[in-house]
Write a protein that binds this ligand. Structure first.
Ligand code: GLC
Ligand code: GLC
Length: 651
């Protein structure tokens, strides 16, 4: 295909586009469309070029974009222009996020808006509200089974409430992150209802089969995501005697992206949420977007093409809006969701750093950083204009997603090592303080994942039950060590709501039929605001965690070397209990911060000679930026008490 070809097609579409669209003030839209059209056409043709209605579908796509551009509020168009000029704006270290359920954190959106001062108090300026769109009343996978993508669940409020939240946040320069569940819909969604009534056009929105022959073929290679409560990947729809693909729960129907109508609908929905004031959209389960017989149907090349096309279309209508890829997959696969062979992210600007998350948990259980070091050393560099979302806990289970090769290089045998970790977090060893729950146990593959809050997994629940106050303090240090790694690593730290006040597992889900078989609910708390109030009372667990975290966030924001510009290097040191990396200010290479964490319950030391040359020559004394004090030293050895971390600079 040549550029001329692309111009000709674009001109043809614009000529045909509805007159009321042509009349609008679309200057920026046309410029951006012109700039991106070659890419859009190429991708759209690759995905859908074989269809006879290809051009008509392409025209629908352009019309959809134009309509959403026209609907885009002026203030967001202004933000788009500003962000286009300052395109690395999100790599700055000032961003610190929190992820939450609107009804778990507060009762509803109005309550959430009133709690904005709480975020400000802690220093949070990016808020990810998990799905709040209409979903079934009973089981809805925590809102990830959407029955209407354009309506807000009345239990948390309505669109006006959300806009009010967005306005308040914008006033305070906070970013709003919202979910778009792109891979599937609830079986109560209008499309699913029509498909179930026999409408062939809507049956085409999903993967539906008249008998088991194709499903059986798929099953040979498809893994099971929820092997316990939703085994298999297809569900029978009695009314029409068909099988529909349901990779997650039986009530979550996978969308069929081989149908361009599905792509266009979803693009429209993405742009709709951009127009409600979301700064960043979290695209859910993106690894699953394309299905192929004979494969795991994860991370397929076409899934990447769909994301590239979504990004290109978003660039035309709302270029200030970023995407987060939720792809909890192998390290070498995650990195591809930024887009390959480019400097700028061509797919999602931000991706969950599931690798770092899982590695940190390994270091917690083993009390050393061998695998953590190995895994991070082997983590490929990300693109320049892209960043990680770093987290310790989120609403999902913890999967031990690091590679077997990394485990071997760290000196372990993969299978027993993974078993050890699972058993450790399930609290099966005498010396394990963890109170985790198993999730997704699969007898066929012998796999399992882990549920539980950060605090219960580290051991706070057990220590409190035992009334061991000394231990409580050590565990708090352990929690803060993990926070310190997140905040220094490079990328956007995302704190899981409740962790800032040491929230423990909540076992009440067992009594709720819609939740009982999904242990992830143990770590999806309803915030107890009386407990939260204790954050102001010194001596309490809440105060110890909250106040230190608050300070850590404030200090992070002042450290330029913590901005994310591929400016991190992990260092190999002889003491495996320590995890050590250096961050360099991209504008001033002499300005460096040496980050050190002791993952052991006993004091450790590091010979400074091992990190000689990392800090600027001539700096005779070290300063820990976090505490504002000199670190523990004995002669030329740096001393780290149990679970101590330092953010060191020379002075
Ligand atoms: C994502 C969500 C998870 C959900 C799944 C299916 O992984 O984070 O909670 O179960 O997608 O929507
Ligand atoms: C996600 C992840 C998986 C996770 C699940 C939700 O898509 O791929 O690791 O466990 O869905 O729990």
């Amino acid at each position: 295909m040549y550029e001329q070809d692309s111009h000709a097609i674009l001109n043809e579409i614009i000529d045909e586009i509805k007159p009321e669209i042509r009349k609008q003030e679309l200057h920026h839209f046309y410029t951006r469309l012109g700039g991106n059209f070659f890419g859009i056409l190429k991708l759209f043709r690759h995905l859908y070029g074989g269809r006879s209605d290809f051009k008509l579908q392409l025209k629908h796509l352009v019309e959809t974009m134009a309509r959403q551009y026209i609907a885009r509020p002026k203030k967001f168009k202004k933000t788009d222009l500003a962000r286009e000029k300052d395109s690395n704006w999100f790599l700055h270290q000032k961003w610190v996020g929190m992820t939450l359920y609107a009804d778990g954190f507060a009762d509803n959106l109005e309550g959430l808006r009133k709690k904005i001062p709480y975020f400000e108090e802690l220093g949070i300026n990016l808020i990810h509200i998990m799905p709040i769109m209409d979903c079934p009343r009973g089981a809805s996978d925590g809102g990830y089974a959407v029955s209407n993508f354009r309506r807000i669940n009345e239990r948390v409020g309505d669109l006006e409430d959300l806009r009010a939240v967005a306005r308040e946040m914008a006033k305070r320069e906070m970013l709003l992150v919202m979910d778009v569940v792109v891979n599937h819909t609830s079986d109560e969604h209008e499309w699913a209802v029509k498909a179930r009534q026999g409408d062939p056009a809507y049956q085409e929105y999903y993967y539906m089969f008249g008998d088991r022959s194709i499903p059986d073929m798929f099953e040979q290679t498809l893994p099971e995501i929820f092997p316990q409560h939703a085994p298999g990947n297809f569900t029978r729809i009695e009314e029409i005697d068909k099988w529909v693909m349901t990779v997650f729960n039986t009530y979550q129907w996978d969308l069929n992206y081989t149908n361009p109508a599905v792509f266009i609908e979803m693009m429209d929905i993405i742009l709709f949420w951009a127009n409600q004031g979301a700064d960043i959209l979290r695209l859910d389960a993106v690894a699953f977007l394309w299905k192929k017989i004979g494969s795991t149907s994860q991370n397929e090349h076409e899934a990447h093409l769909i994301l590239q096309l979504m990004k290109d279309c978003c660039q035309v209508v709302s270029p200030g809006v970023l995407f987060i890829a939720e792809a909890i997959v192998a390290p070498v696969e995650i990195i591809k969701y930024f887009g390959e062979n480019a400097l700028d992210a061509k797919e999602c600007e931000i991706a969950y750093n599931a690798t770092f998350m899982a590695l940190l948990w390994d270091a917690v259980a083993t009390k050393n950083a061998r695998l953590l070091y190995q895994g991070i050393k082997n983590l490929p560099d990300k693109l320049e204009r892209a960043t990680w979302l770093n987290y310790i806990r989120c609403h999902d289970d913890i999967g031990l997603g690091f590679g077997d090769e990394d485990i071997r290089q760290a000196g372990y045998d993969p299978r027993p090592h993974r078993d050890f970790l699972i058993n450790y977090f399930a609290g099966k060893f005498k010396d394990s303080d963890a109170r985790g729950l198993l999730f997704g146990e699969n007898e066929k593959t012998n796999d399992a994942r882990i549920s539980g809050t950060l605090t219960s997994l580290i051991g706070l629940e057990k220590a409190l039950d035992e009334g061991d106050l000394q231990k409580v303090d050590v565990i708090i240090k352990h929690i803060l060590l993990l926070d310190s790694m997140l905040l220094a690593f490079g990328g956007i730290p995302l704190i899981y709501y409740g962790d800032e006040i040491g929230t423990l597992n909540d076992y009440s889900y067992i009594k709720d039929l819609a939740k009982a078989n999904d242990s992830r609910w143990a770590h999806r708390p309803k915030i107890d605001w009386q407990k939260a109030a204790r954050r102001s009372k010194s001596g309490t667990v809440e105060h110890k965690i909250f106040s230190e975290l608050k300070k850590m966030i404030a200090v992070r924001k002042e450290i330029d070397a913590f901005a994310d510009f591929n400016n991190r290097e992990v260092l190999e040191v002889s003491n495996p209990r320590l995890f050590v990396f250096v961050r360099t200010n991209h504008r001033n290479p002499g300005d460096r911060v040496l980050v050190i964490g002791n993952f052991d319950a006993h004091p450790q030391y590091l010979d400074l000679a091992e990190v000689a040359g990392v800090l600027p020559d001539g700096s005779s004394r070290l300063l820990d930026l976090y505490s504002g004090k000199a670190p523990g030293m004995f002669k030329d050895r740096l001393v780290l008490p149990p679970y101590q971390f330092y953010w060191l600079t020379g002075q």
